[in-house]
Each structure stands twice: as C-alpha cells, then as structure tokens.
Design a protein around this ligand. Structure first.
Ligand code: CO
Length: 148
C-alpha cells in the first residue's frame, strides 16, 4: 500500500508524538531505573490529583516517556496495575494545534472523549483529553498541544 496523503480538515488533526505513558507500581524505582540504567534525564515528580497519579517524565530527544504511579486504589492506573502488576504501556499522547477544537472534532467524528467531553488539566496545567480506546482501534490515545 502506498503512503497516504494528509487529510485537510481532519477532525483530530494530529501533528506529532508528545509521549508514551507507562504505568508503574513504584515511581521512585522507575525514575531511578531510567536515570541509572539508561542515563536519562527525568523531571521532578508531580502529583496530579485530578487524574489520580504521581508522575514524572523521562526526557528523550524528540518525545518523552510518562511514568505514572497510582495515587490511590481508585486511580484508573490502580486498575491497570491489577491486570498488569509489573506495569506496562498505558497510552500514547499525540499533539494537535488546538486541544479544544480537536475534542469537539472527535465528538463530531463519533469518537468518544472520556470524562464530560471537554479537555481537563494535566501535569503542568496544560489542556488535554483522552479518547475511548474502543473508538481508536484499541489504543488509549491522549491529545495535547505541543509545548513551548
Ligand atoms: Co499522558
């Protein structure tokens, strides 16, 4: 199959990869692992109450790894770790030029936006949303705007 052309006016116009998120049972151990074994720079750890996680980012040249540990047993990450006790890839995050427009576009295109259909706040207060994996080929996809 040949490469396809970019569609103008796609409902969720993806431009890049922001991060791949990994659920971990022990965030401090995961941070130490990436620092010591792989020599990576890792950001400070932040608690994101609204998402029920403690998290940090492993900085890579062109994207990040998001390490997430559940804050409590009600966290969606706690449920994930019940099924995957050693942790594992949880979601990918793609970037769009405008998060609010992309959330509306997803809904119009029949892709469910988790929560109340509106963007929520992330690690540094940035807007983001998640799409239902049943509507996105089985992968949980987060949408953000690029940093800077
Ligand atoms: Co994420």
């Amino acid at each position: 199959m040949s490469e396809t052309n970019k569609v103008d006016e796609a409902p969720v116009p993806v431009e890049g990869l922001n991060h791949v998120a990994i659920a971990v049972p022990d965030l401090d151990a995961a941070v130490a692992f990436y620092r010591e074994k792989f020599g990576c720079t890792v950001t400070k750890i932040v608690e994101v109450e609204s998402q029920g996680v403690r998290m940090a980012y492993v900085k890579l040249a062109d994207a990040k790894l998001e390490l997430m540990e559940p804050l409590n047993e009600y966290s969606p990450i706690a449920k994930f770790l019940k099924r995957n006790p050693k942790g594992g890839i949880h979601h990918i995050c793609l970037t769009v030029p405008d998060v609010a427009e992309a959330a509306d576009g997803a809904l119009v295109a029949g892709i469910r936006v988790l929560g109340d259909g509106k963007p929520v706040k992330g690690y540094e207060g940035q807007d983001l949303f998640f799409m239902h994996p049943k509507d996105t080929l089985g992968t949980l996809i987060e949408i953000e705007e690029p940093e800077n």
